[in-house]
Design a binder for this molecule. Structure first.
Ligand SMILES: [Zn+2]
Length: 374
């Protein structure tokens, strides 16, 4: 075959292959709402997947049915902050909660008492920009075996919904972004430290906390696959784990969302977004062959409460993700994207460009955003 024909063919293939450089192949939204409203709107923008926190089988059934019609996969999310369901499933049993030290509890009181807009630079579970921060929401301590069985029960129930694409995991982390200081966790740590006696105490606590967190998420992912082999597991790594913020590549899940562009002031620089994306995507298979790295972008369109990213800013953030070789994006929240026309247009332009021409889903024939006038 003449060389120029080969060249043309390979160029054509490169154009048609999902994930080729400079293209997005997947858009996932965290949100909720009436299925008959959100699903068609999300499809129109170019979403491929919706994650909801709702566990009601009837609601999920409706969402799955509509999702199927619009080629949108549905996940239901589980989270360590689910004290409501704990009370329902374990009436009369106190939830085993994570504990913090006096300094961290004082930070919690300060953050709770701060009623100013933006809470003096509080990052709500993202990387703190000044001082000690903790998550406002109390979290279950997963070093207790009964927390594991609680989540296994939830997973089993959720996977009874026919057609559900899988389980999403959020809020799997530490309230103080480092460790749990409850008696059960400290006892498990002392045992672990005796087996790793060469490590200084603070380094050992970081490693114990990371290893047990990763093992816990991976065991629930394995459990999900043992209940339904075809079920997928997706997640957002949150709240931040300060000793190693981008630890998500250690998770043996199908899609691992890690923060590439956070919500609040100071908004992340494009250099930071790009370099984080290089790790999220570039090192997605460092520990396991399964995971696809997903760049998470925070979007709120509620100016009374949070900073709003302009269409120009959002476009640049998404371009920085592309420049970091990111090909999958997770956005929270879906509803904030859908309700703001200018924000919706940015996502539609980047994720549905190829569709009008040939009717394919975004991703199967996404167009290089360079051609989309970026
Ligand atoms: Zn604990």
């Amino acid at each position: 075959m003449p060389r120029w024909i080969m060249l043309c063919l390979s160029l054509l293939l490169a154009e048609a292959t999902p994930g080729a450089e400079g293209q997005f192949v997947q858009l996932t939204g965290w949100g909720g709402g009436k299925p008959e409203e959100i699903v068609p709107q999300a499809a129109e923008v170019g979403f491929d997947e919706i994650i909801v926190w709702n566990h009601d089988p009837q609601y999920l059934g409706r969402l799955v049915a509509l999702g199927r019609k619009h080629k949108i996969g549905i996940y239901s999310a589980i989270h360590l902050g689910d004290l409501k369901d704990w009370k329902k499933r374990r009436p009369g049993v106190n939830p085993p909660l994570q504990e913090m030290n006096a300094e961290e509890n004082a930070a919690l009181e300060r953050i709770r008492a701060d009623k100013t807009k933006g809470k003096s630079g509080y990052q709500y579970g993202g990387e703190p920009v000044h001082g000690i921060e903790v998550l406002e929401a109390p979290l279950l301590c997963f070093h207790h075996p009964e927390v594991r069985s609680f989540f296994e029960e939830q997973i089993r129930d959720l996977l009874r919904v026919p057609g559900l694409r899988g389980i999403a995991m959020d809020y799997f982390g530490y309230q103080n972004y480092r460790c749990c200081r409850c008696p059960t966790s400290l006892k498990a740590f002392e045992t672990w430290h005796r087996q790793h006696a060469d490590l200084p105490r603070d380094k050992a606590l970081d490693r114990f906390s990371l290893e047990t967190l990763v093992d816990f998420v991976n065991s629930l992912a394995r459990y999900t696959r043992s209940v339904a082999a075809e079920a997928k597991v997706t997640c957002h790594v949150y709240p931040v784990f300060l000793p190693e913020p981008l630890y998500g590549n250690r998770l043996d899940v199908d899609f691992c969302g890690q923060t590439a562009a956070w919500y609040f002031d100071p908004l992340w620089s494009y250099e930071k977004i790009q370099s984080y994306t290089r790790v999220i995507r570039g090192e997605e298979k460092k520990y396991f062959s399964r995971p696809e790295g997903v760049a998470m972008i925070g979007v709120y369109t509620r100016p009374a409460l949070y900073p709003v990213k302009s269409p120009e800013r959002l476009t640049k953030e998404l371009q920085a993700i592309l420049d970091g070789q990111g090909d999958r994006v997770q956005v929270c929240s879906l509803n904030d994207v859908l309700k703001d026309p200018a924000t919706r247009d940015v996502f539609r332009r980047l994720f549905r460009r190829g569709e009008a021409a040939n009717g394919a889903r975004a991703g199967e024939a996404a167009i290089n955003p360079a051609k989309a006038g970026l």
